[in-house]
Design a protein around this ligand. Structure first.
Ligand SMILES: Cc1cc2nc3c(=O)[nH]c(=O)nc-3n(C[C@H](O)[C@H](O)[C@H](O)COP(=O)(O)OP(=O)(O)OC[C@H]3O[C@@H](n4cnc5c(N)ncnc54)[C@H](O)[C@@H]3O)c2cc1C
Length: 397
């Protein structure tokens, strides 16, 4: 490990990997540190991603694609199931990835582009000079290194301490931190081309439960519930165990993961002098689904590009890095986060009766020309009792 780089990346997830690859390709000296001993493990993800979103970044590779998803099922609290098929949705649905291989591949590509990559290397504090980030203290194999960098990318995921240490408030309100539990299961009798989402206050309060098939009767079966809903005897894992006992009594569990997903608004500012914050660390995940793989890759790449421009211009101040913040907020992804936050706030307050009536009405809509606005109009028509709440939501779209 050298003592100085143009750019230091803290975290080897999709956000950090794309930032490192992008900047290294453009000739910056880049160091990426990952605290875990192996990139991509343990997997704390259901591993689903939309096809179009993925191909924006790299061509699909069977090495890290487990299943090609052709339809999605939405199950209402009363058990009514609505199927969303490509013919109805007008596009292809998605993939379930193998993130152990996928994340490793992304960091591999960063290394091939010239970035130095270190595992079991943990950032333990920022180096601050004149109130601004100037590098980080890295601990690896019992040794302590002080690494200077013109720009540090905080890509340290949901636990994100780096930006906080550097003085930025990254707190996620407890209510907006979904607590998640997920089993990798085998021996399941499921359609391996279909994902399933279960809604309802008895099933997954202020969240949802998912089945994401991984082929050969295996699947990620997981749940996220609102932080405020969790407590003794009704934690995410308790809800999940009850569901599995009913739905997959003969399924076998291979892995259990526990994790958190933020469903709050992104940080008010994702830049500071000499620092850019990307992906989950910046709370840039989808407030409805909790999905953040695409968002991390998008912001990681953009942060890498912004760092190159700033370093070439010799100005890495907050103002010079601000185009990163304004660009992602104005992007399709940034706008979708705004809109989906409002929708999430609306949906998490609904009781089961209202959820049932919404899923029933969606099932009657011809989704060939799907848009959120059209969906809302149809739901309003079918649910006059929700008119007031929905009108408020519509004004936000
Ligand atoms: C249960 C669950 C299910 C999910 N399902 C989906 C899904 O189906 N689809 C989807 O798109 N998203 C999903 N997500 C979210 C998705 O996993 C994240 O949004 C995505 O991984 C964010 O990428 P990232 O690079 O920002 O952070 P991460 O992938 O979390 O990477 C951050 C990295 O930083 C490392 N790190 C942390 N601190 C330090 C430090 N001090 N020094 C060095 N390294 C450090 C961590 O070890 C980690 O490897 C899910 C999340 C959970 C918890």
């Amino acid at each position: 490990m050298k003592r100085r780089y143009d750019m230091l990346v803290v975290g080897g997830g999709p956000g950090g990997a794309f930032a490192a690859k992008t900047a290294a390709e453009k000739g910056l000296s880049v160091c990426l540190v990952e605290k875990r001993p192996a990139i991509g493990t343990p997997v704390r993800c259901a591993e689903g991603i939309g096809k179009e979103l993925l191909t924006d970044f790299l061509p699909p590779d069977p090495k890290w694609i487990c299943t090609d998803i052709e339809s999605a099922e939405l199950v209402a609290p009363d058990g009514f199931s609505m199927l969303l098929e490509p013919s109805k949705a007008g596009n292809e649905i998605g993939y379930v990835l193998d993130r152990k291989v996928f994340d490793r591949e992304l960091v591999w590509k960063a290394a091939e582009a010239g970035a130095e990559t270190y595992v079991k290397a943990r950032a333990t504090a920022p180096i601050m000079r004149d109130g601004a980030v100037a590098g980080a203290v890295i601990e690896q194999h019992g040794k302590r290194y002080e690494i200077d960098a013109d720009i540090v990318i905080a890509a340290d995921g949901i636990e994100s301490k780096f930006a906080r240490w550097a003085g930025i408030d990254t707190t996620v309100p407890y209510r907006e931190l979904e607590t998640c539990a997920q089993y990798l299961m085998t021996g399941l009798d499921i359609d391996s081309t279909r994902t399933s989402f279960y809604l309802g206050n008895e099933v997954a309060p202020a969240g949802y439960l998912w089945i994401f098939p991984k082929g050969d009767g295996t699947a990620n079966v997981g749940i996220g519930i609102g932080g405020g809903k969790s407590g003794n005897g009704h934690r995410a894992k308790d809800y999940l165990d009850r569901f599995i006992a009913r739905r997959f009594p003969n399924g076998k569990t291979i892995e259990l993961i526990i994790g958190g997903v933020s469903v709050c608004r992104p940080l008010p500012s994702t830049v500071a002098d000499n620092m850019l914050i990307v992906g989950d660390a910046a709370r840039i995940s989808d407030p409805i689904t909790g999905g953040g793989i695409y968002n991390a890759m998008y912001t990681g790449r953009l942060a890498g590009e912004t760092a190159v421009t700033a370093i070439e211009a010799g100005d890495t101040s907050r103002d010079a890095l601000m185009p990163y913040d304004t660009t992602w907020r104005a992007s399709k992804m940034g706008k979708a986060i705004d809109r989906n936050y409002a929708i999430k706030e609306f949906f998490t307050k609904l009781n089961d009766e209202k959820l049932n009536s919404i899923v029933h009405s969606i099932s009657k809509i011809n989704l060939e020309h799907f848009s959120t606005l059209m969906l809302l109009k149809e739901i309003m028509k079918a649910n006059p009792s929700l008119l007031l709440e929905l009108r408020h939501l519509r004004s936000l779209l």
